[in-house]
Design a protein around this ligand. Structure first.
Ligand SMILES: [Zn+2]
Length: 52
């Protein structure tokens, strides 16, 4: 396994940051480092966000 880029994350590897998405209304927000998506509530409907 060569080092460097590509950690075998597949097409879902979003790299640093990434996106959190609301499973209810589909609202997307930029993931903040140090804050898991599940700790963020959707600003539109208040639903717990999940990582996209
Ligand atoms: Zn929502």
């Amino acid at each position: 396994m060569p080092g460097g880029m590509g950690r075998g994350g597949g097409p879902l590897a979003a790299g640093p940051g990434g996106v959190c998405v609301c499973p209810k209304c589909g609202y997307e927000i930029a993931h903040q480092l140090g804050t898991p998506c599940y700790r963020i509530k959707c600003p539109k409907c208040g639903t717990q966000m999940t990582r996209k």
